[in-house]
Design a protein around this ligand. Structure first.
Ligand SMILES: [Mg+2]
Length: 167
């Protein structure tokens, strides 16, 4: 395998090197280069399978991919218990999605946080104010209630659904 021809000491990981579990496990057995899984891990069960099979050194948690903030936080706890490193991301997203990513990243123990993805750079038009500029490669969420965002309701338009009391 070509990976084994690389010199020792290179600082990189293989993120989602294969589309299937079978191929991933094959690569895992053939290299000592750290592997991070991404799309193969969507559910709690996927993550527990990865841990049980020692399939990876870390996992990319994308809040939408994992099913929202609650399962993402649960999976982060599972990953932490197994000693996996995590990237906190989303598949794509606005300022609102990034606010969730940043809050989750800030509450992740630093020794298990690989990176947080600024999804704001993936969309063209802002839909909310979120005062968390990137400085020196990092950002800090504002100390405000909730996600700390101010949505632009005119850009969001009419709600497609209502939830909660009094609606
Ligand atoms: Mg990825």
């Amino acid at each position: 395998m070509g990976l084994n021809l690389l010199p020792d000491g290179l600082d990189f990981v293989l993120e989602a090197p294969c589309a299937s579990w079978r191929e991933t496990m094959s690569v895992r057995q053939r290299t000592s280069i750290p592997i991070l899984l991404d799309e193969l891990v969507q559910t709690d069960d996927d993550l527990m399978t990865a841990i049980a099979q020692d399939a990876c050194d870390g996992v990319g948690l994308k809040i939408s991919k994992q099913g929202g903030l609650t399962p993402s936080c649960r999976q982060r706890a599972i990953a932490q218990a197994a000693g996996l490193i995590t990237s906190i991301q989303d598949t794509v997203g606005s300022e609102i999605a990034f606010a969730a990513v940043l809050h989750m990243a800030q509450s992740t123990p630093r020794n298990m946080l690989r990176c947080a993805l600024d999804t704001r750079s993936m969309v063209e038009k802002p839909i909310a104010e979120f005062d968390a500029p990137v400085r020196k490669g990092g950002a800090t969420s504002p100390n405000l209630p909730g996600l700390g965002v101010e949505p632009d309701m005119a850009k969001l338009g009419e709600p497609v659904a209502h939830y909660g009391r009094g609606v």
